[in-house]
Design a protein around this ligand. Sequence first.
Ligand SMILES: [Zn+2]
Length: 436
Amino acid sequence: MTSDKSKTGSLLIKGGNLIDPAAKIDAVMDLLLRDGHVAEVALPNKIRGGVDANFDARGLVVAPGFIDLHVHLREPGQSYKETIATGTAAAAAGGFTSVCCMPNTSPVVDSQEWVAWIQQPQRGAVVNVFPVAAATQASKGAVLTDFRGLQRAGAVAVSDDGKPILNETIMRETLRLAAEINLPVIQHAEDTRLTENCSMNESTTSFRLGLRGMTTAAEATVVDRDVQLAQQFTGARLHVAHLSTADALKAVRRGKRGKARVTCEITPHHFTLTDADIGEYNTYCKMNPPLRSAGDREALLVALADGTVDAIATDHAPHATHEKIIEFEKALFGIIGLETALGLAITRLHREHKIPLARIVELLTAGPARVVDLRGRGTLARGSYADVTIFDPKRRWTYEAAKSRSKSRNTPFDGWQLTGKVVATIVGGKIAHRAG
Ligand SMILES: [Zn+2]
């Protein structure tokens, strides 16, 4: 890398509806990017001087680059499912300019060396990658990792995602030590003592299919406990990953009234589908946390609208066909989600549930940027990084999983008609993806 990396020239994005919730802007504006940063935001036709390139954004939304707090890029160790190169290509196609990748790889990312490895240029990332490091060694829940060292190496949070930090003493220490260095702790809230051998939500559908069901309490009790633990330490930051139940939301709301910083994310599949969508053992509807009841989904929709939820995160979880197209109980948990997130958000949240576009943009930009402190991202304020997502909120399109940039195809949304499509994804002033 040369020191000229930031010299990307200039790009003038003209006439788009600029939505930047962090700066409270929702208006037709021109946006000038220069040398990797936002140089100017101005009313139409006010920006003077020569530029290297123009982008006609009339009729389109120009937003800060989307940030996904929860993806599984599968490297190191599971490149047959995904690589950092293919996963970030899928991210760019979905409008994401930054992703936070989870440490449950092989080996687990629990050392400075692996945190640095993920960020090496040879990985071929086409969007910004911010590693989340393991909170405990090998994510075994017993011995804490070196939070300071991991943070120095570039980790933006710690988490044992894929598993919960169940032991109360360990979780208390995690929150206490992370608070000292202002590091968020991301918890996969699942009391695994209650969910052993369960493959879906406990409901009439699990009864009909003869499958063991996870109770909503398995999630809510862990969130409730963690919220209480977090309140014990000034500056503690607890982020609840892929929250899926009404009861867990209640605990988050309590937490937000206290002195700790409690935040949460919700996935597109949890606000779109319910456990009834499993139908006759559709393994593309098997994920963890599982799809929940219509009542839980309703509570998520309310919380997305009212500000309780901080971010939409995909939990993009690629798996090979042989790991998904097998008996329901043996199939692995998880689906890919980077390329369908915006379409599902606009189709379900905006068009059906009348959540304003500006709120959806906030959940994809300023909200997640705040959760992990990505300064200079999640906004288009002057001086910010030139990460921009341009999308057509009205364009109808059909998602074809076979054309995914991801290495994997495990999605329940293949063939779905969606409204709202990414037109261009700009990372550091350079176009990383442009729709054909
Ligand atoms: Zn998880």
